[in-house]
Design a protein around this ligand. Structure first.
Ligand SMILES: [Zn+2]
Length: 326
């Protein structure tokens, strides 16, 4: 069975700061959207209600009746218990044992499928973006943290406890910096946006000149992608060094992933990659290609994500199609 023309799905990207829902048709076109802030601090039930409002807004904008939506997919921060449809724990949102699937289903009266945000982002790029047409693909999304996923022979790899694909937590150096997960030297601890910011601030504290903090109202506020992008483009030395270090570490990670999975496509996305663009991806490719078995690199494409902000909603939409037609 394949999707019919008059059927629609909804994809929802549940993020730490925002909810983004989209009504998607059988060709992967976004017909209507709804956005709200997550407001996780108000509690899980409030956020689920806000998700349902986003879905209704997206349906209204798309001029689609909720009855015509055959399933809803959600990309959520994890770790998740996929069998029970629960968020086990999420430091980002501050919830534990949250029944995401059941609560959303009760509000929308539609079938709901969930998966973690890294997997869903990868699925979006696989179905509609940089990986379209391939069968074996890995993805790394470099943002505040580092998410990722693995698709083998057209299927997301979930693993025994459904927690596979935590690519940001591969350990590159056990004596490296502390990671948010509680261990040392993970890829995320070397290469995330927070790691880049830490490097820049350390360089400045050590006396390096960095224009990135000049003429800024609150130099101690978290570094935003836009400012990172501008400082990199201007050639700010401390910023260029920190970004290049991040890309090199991602390159080492990609070399390992190439040797382990031998994918056809490696997609590199997330806020940092969107901010820096092609120079980041080329440096990842250069480092990976210098540290990998040549056979694992033959005809392999290492590319930037194409869907930007839409990768997770479109991946969640694909999850919904799979739920409806499995
Ligand atoms: Zn870690």
């Amino acid at each position: 069975m394949s999707p019919k023309k008059q059927e629609y799905v909804v994809g929802i990207d549940l993020g730490g700061t925002k909810i983004y829902a989209a009504v998607v048709d059988h060709k992967g076109r976004i017909l209507g959207i709804g956005r709200k802030r997550t407001k996780a601090e108000l509690g899980f039930e409030t956020t689920v209600q806000r998700m349902a409002i986003c879905v209704k807004e997206a349906a209204a904008e798309a001029d689609v009746n909720l009855d015509e939506v055959i399933a809803v997919g959600v990309g959520s921060p994890g770790p998740l218990d996929l069998k029970r449809g629960m968020i086990i724990e999420t430091p980002n949102l501050g919830w534990k044992d949250a029944p995401l699937k059941a609560s959303l289903k009760a509000l929308l009266k539609r079938p709901v499928a969930i998966d973690n945000d890294g997997n869903v982002g990868l699925l979006g790029e696989y179905a509609y973006g940089a990986g379209h047409g391939c069968r074996d693909m890995v993805g790394l999304f470099i943002g505040t943290g580092i998410g990722g996923g693995v698709i083998i022979n057209g299927k997301l790899l979930h693993g025994f406890n459904e927690n596979a694909g935590e690519l940001g937590h591969m350990i590159l150096n056990p004596e490296g910096p502390m990671c948010g997960c509680g261990t040392r030297g993970c890829l995320e601890a070397f290469a995330s946006r927070l790691a880049i910011e830490r490097e820049i601030r350390a360089a400045v504290a050590g006396g390096a000149a960095a224009a990135i903090f000049d003429n800024v109202e609150k130099p101690d506020a978290p570094l935003r992608s836009k400012r990172l992008s501008e400082a990199f483009a201007a050639g700010d030395a401390a910023v260029v060094a920190a970004v290049e270090k991040s890309a090199r570490y991602v390159g080492y990670g990609v070399a390992s992933l190439l040797n382990i999975f031998n994918p056809e496509v490696v997609v590199i996305g997330g806020g940092v990659v969107e901010a820096i663009g092609e120079p980041y991806v080329r440096l990842v490719e250069q480092t990976a290609s210098q540290n990998v078995f040549k056979i694992a690199l033959r005809n392999v494409r290492i590319v930037a994500a194409e869907l930007k902000d839409d990768s997770a909603v479109l991946g969640a939409a694909m999850l919904a199609w799979q739920k409806a037609y499995k």
